[in-house]
Design a protein around this ligand. Structure first.
Ligand SMILES: [Zn+2]
Length: 62
């Protein structure tokens, strides 16, 4: 099972899929930092991850 995280910032529809929580956290933090000049705690990211079927893990934004 892979995991997916979707950005909830206003006007932002960015989402990312990765193999697991450890893989997705740095991708999400990079997005939040670069695009929103903010920071998201690892716990907060992991709390809202969605499970998605394997085979869709791209490691990059859709
Ligand atoms: Zn965003």
């Amino acid at each position: 099972m892979a995991v997916r995280w979707s950005c909830v910032e206003a006007g932002c529809d960015w989402a990312v899929t990765a193999a697991d929580a450890d893989a997705i956290v740095p991708l999400v933090q990079a997005h939040i930092g670069e695009i929103h000049s903010s920071f998201e705690l690892e716990d907060m990211i992991e709390a809202v991850l969605e499970d998605v079927p394997d085979g869709r893990a791209s490691g990059a934004a859709d």
